[in-house]
Design a protein around this ligand. Structure first.
Ligand SMILES: Nc1nc2c(ncn2[C@@H]2O[C@H](COP(=O)(O)OP(=O)(O)OP(=O)(O)O)[C@@H](O)[C@H]2O)c(=O)[nH]1
Length: 609
């Protein structure tokens, strides 16, 4: 089949002698080709000794012998019909050709120039420093020369061999343009690589790091594939450069798989395809390892089909996710379409399926550049989406926090209010007598002293009445303590009802003793008040019904003093208490009123009748 391929590229008609001053643009049909018979020692002598019938015309300018262990010979003749020497160059723009031996022979068949080069030989053996292989020679006026070259492989794998024969100025002009173009291309990849690497390191987003690894592998592979690696520091270590093509080539696909898995969430969205991708990545380790053992043809016979399956799979992933409406999937598909179209254009040119133009020549570079750019943009877009998501999350958290703070504040307020009410209740309870609901002794001193201090023109007199039930012990003993409680309660009601002005204060001071703080415009009104009270006490039905046989009576001591004076509460109390005592001594059921104009002076004493 390989022989058939070689024959398909050639016809049996031998090519003409080429005029050095008027070279055809395309070498297709101008070169002669011979497949070296097995067992040949590969020497120039043996090739020259072959019958002419073994040579066929090469109809392709870029033949590809693919997998073939045989060596191939290419030959052409040039004549310089002019008066001047013409400098030409035979360019084999295939940086990965393993071995090339080339000779320029004069008309007698003697070698004028000899080269032994190829990417498996040190770069220093090249005619000059160039990423591929170009052979410069001069055709003197009237001279006929024959150029003959032998192409051989390390272990039987050829790539396309794009050939051209041009004058040297044209060649260098072309290569200057090419260098510029590649400079832009690699520069752009390096910038994108650094950008993704820095973003990955700063954001700790591993997608960027895997993508950077993919870019890094792609860059190194491309430099090796395009022959630039052989011009670098490892120029004279061809084995390493050859290993790099296979090793880094496999790495590209492994890093691409990891990136795709993460970028498109394959394990969640396409678990079966994810598994397939993992298997393919593991399989890719085989050519990687083989490349280290330098099994070049074997590496590519595994790597190429695997790469095709991977490319088809990632294409499927892109199509499926686009169909499902995932944004990342759409961008990914777009990026891959560019690369795939470019790859078809490039290889189509190699196999003469599409015309060889600047665009098809550089299709891979353009396509890969767009692919890389689109994926970088997709990643950047993802970062901005993440950022937006983070901002949204933050905004949500802030709003939630505010809401919770508000809730907390409200709860604290409610609790504070409840505590306040509770405290007020306790406070109220602490100053309230449980049985009668009247004020107890606690606030008595304060209220007495406040009322004593407060001058009022309308009611300038302040009185303190101490009311004590008579023979209450006997009542208790006779009717029981609960009945006594009822009496005290009813008396409380009575007092509250009787003294109900805003500046009247009724207290249960303890036991069956009650106190009333009240104001009057004149002390003369007090006796009349006390008379009324005694009547009320006797007439109050509830009390009367409780009292039983003996009516309930009380003794009352009332001390009155003009408010705003220097009378002390304790002294006032003591006066009232003494009056009460006198009432008890005087036979009970009576009141005594003492009017103290100024403390200790001119006290008027009024007694109930
Ligand atoms: N039911 C009842 N009795 C009380 C309460 N507090 C005090 N007492 C009783 O009131 C009585 C007061 O007795 P005394 O101080 O001897 O006074 P009295 O019997 O009223 O005699 P005089 O005051 O001298 O008329 C006692 O028997 C107390 O137990 C109370 O809250 N409820």
């Amino acid at each position: 089949m390989r022989v058939a391929l070689a024959c398909a590229l050639a016809t049996t008609v031998n090519a003409d002698v080429l005029p050095a001053n008027d070279l055809p643009e395309d070498v297709a049909g101008q070169l002669e080709l011979m497949r070296e018979p097995p067992g040949s020692d590969g020497s120039l002598g043996l090739a020259l000794g072959r019958p002419e019938a073994d040579w066929t015309t090469l109809t392709e300018s870029s033949p590809n012998f693919s997998f073939d262990r045989a060596a191939y010979w290419v030959r052409f003749r040039v004549h310089n019909p002019t008066e001047e020497a013409i400098r030409l160059i035979f360019d084999v723009a295939q940086p990965l050709q393993d071995y090339i031996d080339a000779w320029v022979l004069d008309a007698t068949g003697s070698p004028i120039e000899t080269w032994h080069t190829g990417d498996r030989r040190p770069t220093s053996q090249r005619p000059f420093l160039y990423r591929a292989f170009a052979f410069p020679f001069t055709v003197e006026p009237g001279q006929d020369i024959t150029f003959i070259a032998r192409f051989d492989t390390h272990d039987g794998l050829y790539d396309a061999l794009p050939m051209q024969l041009v004058d040297q100025p044209t060649f260098f002009k072309q290569k200057d343009r090419e260098s510029l173009w590649f400079g832009f291309y690699y520069g752009a990849i390096v910038i994108l690589l650094l950008y993704n690497l820095v973003v990955g390191l700063v954001t700790r987003e591993r997608d960027f790091l895997w993508y950077s690894l993919y870019l890094g592998c792609f860059l190194v592979w491309n430099l090796a594939f395009r022959g630039y690696l052989a011009l670098g520091p490892l120029a004279n270590a061809p084995v390493v450069n050859n290993m790099a093509v296979g090793f880094v080539g496999s790495s590209i696909f492994i890093s691409l798989i990891v990136f795709t898995k993460r970028f498109l969430y394959l394990s969640e969205r396409m678990p079966r395809t994810d598994l397939l991708m993992v298997v393919l990545a593991i399989m890719m380790v085989a050519p990687m390892a083989l490349s280290l053992l330098d099994y070049y043809a074997l590496v590519f016979s595994i790597e190429i089909p695997l790469a095709l399956v991977i490319m088809m799979t990632v294409l499927w992933v892109g199509i499926y996710q686009s169909w499902k409406g995932y944004r990342a999937g759409k961008i990914y598909l777009l990026a891959w379409i560019f690369l795939i179209v470019a790859a078809f254009a490039y290889y189509g040119r190699v196999y003469s399926l599409v015309p060889s133009t600047w665009l098809t020549e550089n299709a891979l570079n353009i396509g890969s550049m767009i692919e890389i750019l689109v994926l970088s943009l997709a990643l950047a877009d993802r970062i901005s989406t993440f950022k937006q998501q983070r901002l949204d999350d933050q905004a949500y958290l802030i709003a939630r926090e505010q809401e919770m703070n508000q809730e907390l504040k409200q709860r604290v307020e409610e609790k504070t209010q409840a505590f306040k009410q509770l405290a007020e209740r306790y406070e109220q309870e602490s100053i309230t007598d449980v049985l009668t609901g009247l004020r107890n002794r606690r606030t008595f001193d304060d209220i007495v002293s406040q009322t004593l201090r407060h001058r009022d023109r309308e009611t300038p007199w302040m009185c303190l009445a101490l009311i004590d039930l008579d023979h209450f012990k006997t009542f208790n003993d006779r009717y029981g303590h609960p009945a006594g409680d009822d009496v005290l309660e009813q008396l409380g009601y009575l007092l509250q009802g009787f003294f109900q002005r805003t500046d009247d204060f009724v207290f249960r001071l303890g036991g069956e003793e009650f106190g009333v703080v009240f104001r009057v415009d004149s002390p003369d009104a007090v006796t009349e008040m006390m008379d009324r009270f005694q009547i009320a006490l006797a007439d109050t039905e509830s009390l009367a019904s409780l009292a039983g046989a003996e009516p309930l009576t009380a003794s009352i001591g009332v001390a009155c003093v003009p408010a705003g004076g220097s009378m002390k509460p304790a002294d006032l109390y003591s006066h009232a208490d003494q009056l009460l005592y006198q009432c008890k001594e005087g036979g009970r059921n009576q009141y005594r009123v003492e009017v103290i104009d100024s403390p200790g002076v001119d006290a008027r004493h009024l007694v109930s009748e």
